[in-house]
Design a protein around this ligand. Structure first.
Ligand code: HEM
Length: 313
């Protein structure tokens, strides 16, 4: 009866008769796994463009990445939208976000060792000028993790401050370097198509997260929580996983394929990829205030334990 009364209240509030809804339940189908996980829809999305079997590995692993990106954004959004952000809530969500990115990083070997080089070098020709660079969710994770200034190309940081229009800041994001000639302003097809599709959405998203990103939210926590060594280490772990470990795992996988021939292959997206992709050149860091000067200087050169990071050959 207690439940009945609660249901009645719920339906009355929206002008509905609870008994009609309960009668409906008499005819409702039982729930199945394939219904709640939507497996039919999900498993119909793997469509190859070639006859090469390993293209399927490439497609599915990208889709798995997108799902994990979505899980990460789901947690970040909850932190962003929480009004009275309690330290325990922040720490719990950060733990989840971090575990998902650990998974992205440690699983990258699925790319590195999971496809035959000869097959990859054939099916990639059907993908030009697409690139993982064009993953919108990856960019949204960046915008929502840190202040915009930390995503600006280091060469232009002095020209940008809080009063700079978002559209101007956008033109100087570090990743413009993958496809823009800063002297002529000319952009690669990969970058132009990406911006045509997402720029407006990104500007709206950047505005929202300008004040609600993880770093700003961390700084809104009580002073003693910001000193909590466990939380600081969790923040550092996340920063390092996204911006050094994942980047290196990704670069090493790319090298394995693109350097497999007699001469180094061009990236499908067309960037000067070896230089562009290495963390020591990009030096993108979400929470620079949590790193020592020495650590900042050696970003992408040494790991968290101070050992040199080795590039695979
Ligand atoms: C063998 C597999 C892969 C290769 C050879 C590869 C290669 C590359 C290259 C060369 C770039 C530079 C941009 C360009 O295309 O010119 C790039 C960027 C990127 N790729 Fe991949 N990639 C691989 C797998 C993946 C996967 C599985 C993901 C997951 C979504 C991914 C996500 C990205 C992202 C987010 C960027 C932009 C990174 C940045 O701006 O620093 N890539 N990739």
């Amino acid at each position: 009866m207690e439940i009945y009364d609660e249901l009645k209240k719920k339906y009355e509030a929206i002008g509905q008769d609870v008994d009609v809804h309960l009668n409906g339940l008499l005819h409702a189908k039982p729930m199945n796994y394939w219904d709640f996980a939507n497996t039919d829809a999900l498993l119909s999305l793997q469509i190859q463009r070639t006859t090469l079997p390993d293209e399927m590995v490439f497609i599915m692993y990208h889709q798995i990445n997108e799902l994990l990106f979505k899980m990460i954004l789901w947690e970040i959004e909850q932190i962003a939208d929480k009004e009275d952000l309690a330290p325990a809530f922040f720490t719990k969500k950060l733990g989840r976000i971090s575990r998902y990115f650990d998974m992205l990083s440690s699983s990258f070997v699925i790319m590195g060792d999971g496809m035959d080089i000869e097959q990859y070098m054939k099916f990639r020709d059907t993908l030009t000028p697409a690139s993982g660079f064009q993953s919108a969710l990856y960019r949204m994770i960046e915008f929502s993790s840190t202040e915009l200034i930390n995503l600006i190309d280091a060469r232009f940081r002095d020209t940008i401050d809080r009063d700079t229009p978002f559209s101007h800041a956008f033109e100087h994001l570090y990743w413009q370097a993958a496809g823009k000639n800063f002297k002529t302003g000319k952009k690669s097809t990969m970058l132009t198509l990406f911006e045509e599709r997402y720029m407006d959405d990104f500007i709206i998203f950047m505005k929202k997260y300008n004040t609600l990103n993880l770093w700003t939210k961390f700084k809104s926590l009580p002073a003693e929580t910001q000193e909590d060594i466990g939380l600081i280490n969790a923040m550092r772990h996340y920063d390092h996983t996204v911006n050094v470990l994942w980047v290196m795992d990704h670069l090493n996988a790319a090298k394995k394929y693109l350097e497999s021939g007699k001469k180094t292959a061009e990236a499908t997206g067309g960037s000067d990829w070896q230089k562009y992709m290495h963390p020591k050149y990009q030096k993108r860091i979400f929470f620079p205030e949590l790193w020592s000067e020495d650590e900042l200087e050696n970003w992408g050169i040494t790991n968290l334990e101070g050992h040199e990071i080795v590039e695979s050959v």
